[in-house]
Design a protein around this ligand. Structure first.
Ligand code: FA5
Length: 337
């Protein structure tokens, strides 16, 4: 047994095989184990002689297995170290540096501009009640102007807000009807619009609201003019067109001349030379009243703009879908803008 086993141990290079050898000889049913078990059948004289030999064989084999095991472990460790060696001379992988999304930057820029004019920044829920999205803004359930904004309804009374104007009503309601308001509210809005170069079913708006005693249309015009000049520079033209919103009276829309074509007409401005960027007007007396303000004492103006369109104008982006398709090549262009 001894010479045969030592030979096997010598020739194996595998830890599993070594373990098998150990089991075959020294295991419960191993050949040496059965010799030792069979000792009882031997005569008194034979027992110590065979016992001594068997023990010596066991010790020799155990030592040989342990020794081989250590050697195999050493070989395995060396192989692993070699495999995992780090080549410090290899060049490192370039780190991709991220940056804020162009839209985030524009919204922050607009916020800073209005904060500079004394406005505070507020927020409101994206899942809105029918009441705040429409009714509190003078759009009762059967009002035809509701058709102007096809909406994503969740239940009969809950919908994804179609504009940031409900935050006007929420802000006024949160006060006691006797405090001036000067706030802007940026946020996401949702409409069942068909996506094209200038329309997206989800986009951003920034609402503005100023309520105080003696607020006039000329105040609105002054603020909008200041905003447009700071945002686009003195060389860009703006125009106010009369418009209609149920929550403002009178209402206007502000257009700005198209930078891409210089006012001549292109696909961005649908060949008109102008792009509509915001709606505005004097807060309707009914809206003030529903929010707890006395319209004889308080007046106000409000506006709502689309920062995507503003970014498109400022940076000559020709498709609104670029903001939402996450093409890293597009986004990277504006990291240092
Ligand atoms: C409104 O949403 C009014 N709540 C704005 C308002 C506020 C008027 C306060 C008066 C007082 P309108 O639907 O026109 O208005 O949208 C306002 C702006 O959002 C538009 O000028 C445009 O810049 C942007 N906008 C509208 N629809 C889309 C769209 N589908 N994709 C991208 N931008 C859009």
């Amino acid at each position: 047994i001894q010479s045969e086993t030592l030979e096997k141990i010598k020739h194996t290079n595998d830890m599993k095989e070594l373990q098998q050898i150990r089991v075959a000889i020294l295991g419960k049913k191993g050949s040496l184990t059965s010799v030792l078990r069979g000792m009882g059948k031997l005569s008194k004289e034979e027992r110590p002689v065979v016992g001594e030999i068997a023990n010596a064989v066991r010790e020799t084999i155990t030592a040989a297995i342990d020794d081989k095991n250590k050697k195999l472990e050493q070989v395995a460790l060396e192989a692993q170290l070699e495999k995992e060696a780090i080549d410090v001379t290899l060049p490192g992988r370039p780190v991709q540096i991220g940056g804020p999304h162009l839209l985030t930057k524009i919204v922050e820029e607009i916020e800073d501009l209005f904060i500079g004019m004394g406005f505070e920044v507020r927020e409101g829920p994206e899942v809105e009640t029918d009441y705040y999205n429409f009714e509190a803004l003078n759009l009762p359930k059967d009002h035809p102007a509701r058709d102007m904004q096809d909406s994503f309804y969740i239940t009969n009374e809950l919908l994804l807000r179609t504009h940031t104007s409900p935050v006007q009503a929420r802000t006024m309601r949160s006060l006691d009807g006797n405090q001036p308001v000067k706030m802007i509210c940026p946020g996401k809005v949702y409409r069942r619009d068909t996506d094209d170069a200038t329309h997206s079913h989800q986009f951003t708006q920034i609402e503005g609201l100023l309520v105080d005693k003696n607020v006039r249309m000329s105040d609105l015009k002054g603020i909008l003019d200041n905003f447009a000049k700071k945002m686009f520079g003195n060389d860009r033209e703006i125009r106010l067109r009369p418009s209609f919103f149920p929550f403002t009276e009178p209402s206007v829309e502000m257009d700005i001349s198209c930078k891409v074509c210089g006012g001549k007409g292109c696909s961005v401005c649908k060949k008109t030379g102008w792009i509509e960027i915001l709606g505005a007007g004097m807060v309707h007396p009914k809206v003030l009243e529903m929010a707890g303000y006395n319209p004889k004492e308080y007046t106000g103006f409000a506006f709502g703009m689309g920062p995507e369109r503003i970014a498109m104008l400022k940076y000559g982006v020709d498709d609104i879908r670029q903001f939402y398709t996450n093409d890293i090549r597009f986004l990277k262009q504006y990291h240092n803008a």
